[in-house]
Design a protein. Structure first.
Length: 141
């Protein structure tokens, strides 16, 4: 199983007020098995933007924490026409363009999108492509 990591998971690794034990479990597993994880190419940009806005030392945290993770062997998937077409279906279901890319990547890779975004998870719940980490770890974890 490939796990698609949402930016909402990553920011919980670096923002004290957002720390969550299941986000920490994801981080531990990424460190142990980076090849089982994937992110769309927009992931580092999203995490960077949030850290710059909310972390007291956003740049250093991003460079020392996020960059090594995304260079550790995780799949960084580019935006392609095929992914955009798949994402469009999820936009029609109510997801933002960003969230639709995560869902489309999970669909493309036959994986599961790990997120803390309850609204996005609920919008595609019937697709069985996402796991809401504020409630539980995914099946087959």
């Amino acid at each position: 199983m490939i796990w698609v990591v949402d930016a909402s998971v990553a920011v919980r690794w670096y923002l004290e007020e957002e720390v969550h034990p299941l986000a920490e479990r994801v981080l531990e597993r990424i460190i142990d098995e980076p090849g089982r994880f994937a992110v769309p190419e927009l992931f580092p940009f999203e995490v960077y933007a949030v850290l710059q806005r909310l972390h007291p030392d956003g740049l250093r945290t991003f460079c020392q924490g996020v960059i090594p993770l995304i260079q550790s062997g995780m799949l960084r998937h580019p935006m392609t026409e095929g992914l955009a077409v798949k994402a469009n279906r999820f936009v029609a279901m109510g997801l933002t363009g960003y969230d639709a890319c995560y869902a489309a990547l999970a669909l493309d890779l036959k994986g599961c999108w790990l997120t803390f975004d309850k609204q996005a998870h609920q919008a595609i719940h019937d697709e069985e492509l996402s796991c809401l980490l504020s409630e539980r770890l995914p099946k087959h974890w």
